[in-house]
Design a binder for this molecule. Sequence first.
Ligand SMILES: Nc1ncnc2c1ncn2[C@@H]1O[C@H](COP(=O)(O)OP(=O)(O)OP(=O)(O)O)[C@@H](O)[C@H]1O
Ligand SMILES: [Mg+2]
Length: 252
Amino acid sequence: MSGGLLELRQLRKNFGGVVATNDVSLRFEPGTLSAIIGPNGAGKTTLFHLITGKLPVSGGEVLLDGSAITGLDRTEIVRRGIGRAFQVANLFPSFVVRDALAAALMAHAGRTASLARSFPPRDVAERADEVMELCGLAHLAGTESRHLSHGDQKLLDIALALALDPKVLLLDEPTAGMGPDERWRMIERVHGLWLARGLTLVFIEHDMDIVFKISQSVRVLRYGAVLAEGTPDEIRRNPAVIEAYLGEEHAL
Ligand SMILES: Nc1ncnc2c1ncn2[C@@H]1O[C@H](COP(=O)(O)OP(=O)(O)OP(=O)(O)O)[C@@H](O)[C@H]1O
Ligand SMILES: [Mg+2]
């Protein structure tokens, strides 16, 4: 799938008196790999929820390749090309990986007629095999999804997102809860599938070594607003970012 320009225009989200997203305007160019960083409670996850339609916006717009997707139904937003990780193992715990993936794909396809047209059943097994390969899960195809390691369950979630052929893939802390080795394996996979698919990838991450190593650009949120954006080098040198978030440890 080509395209994948994601634009946020003056996006806003209020939870009662809390402004979780405060006039956020950002542009993610097609095919780029970007990180979103910021302190706990900065509004990173909320931003993803506004893009994917999990939460309604209080103001502003989300555009994919120039078309507004704000306020659309979540399934329709996926159909337009915004991918996010699902929790496949929770949905189909006793299914083996290949069947869990196929079942999740079918379930998704069944939700809208147009999706069903783009995923006829004979394609499902093929798609499942392709994304298992891409995510390094092929050798686990016959393992029950509940018996996967934490890291492999996360890969399965990403595999389903990829099977739905997104233009933009959003990953909220893909390495959360992992030890150092597993963390790097996961990030190498994520980097590899970004290279293989050429999609627009945006990930939220707290590990600055990972962020600075693989991102092309970094956006920093604080108090729901954009504090800074730039290349990893620009961000690690930015005095406001160092003061608000990084401290001296990661600064040059
Ligand atoms: N459903 C909700 N109802 C009320 N307040 C919420 C809700 N979701 C988030 N918030 C608040 O919005 C702010 C942003 O939260 P969010 O989860 O987006 O932060 P985050 O940057 O993802 O943090 P973390 O790094 O801890 O994951 C916080 O003050 C949070 O308490
Ligand atoms: Mg979060």
